[in-house]
Write a protein that binds this ligand. Structure first.
Ligand SMILES: [Zn+2]
Length: 49
């Protein structure tokens, strides 16, 4: 079971859940520890994938 995801911005391990902050990029779902990290990712996604 893969219930842990990695925040691609700050590399923090986070739990996958319905309430997690996520963003979809090129068909893949990414998980974030906070809105701040998601904003960073959305601004420059290609840098983090
Ligand atoms: Zn983060």
């Amino acid at each position: 079971m893969f219930d842990k995801a990695k925040d691609p911005v700050c590399k923090m391990k986070i739990k996958r859940s319905a309430t997690a902050t996520t963003s979809e990029y090129e068909g893949k779902l990414y998980y974030f520890c906070s809105e701040k990290c998601r904003e960073q990712f959305d601004k420059n996604a290609s840098k983090y994938v």
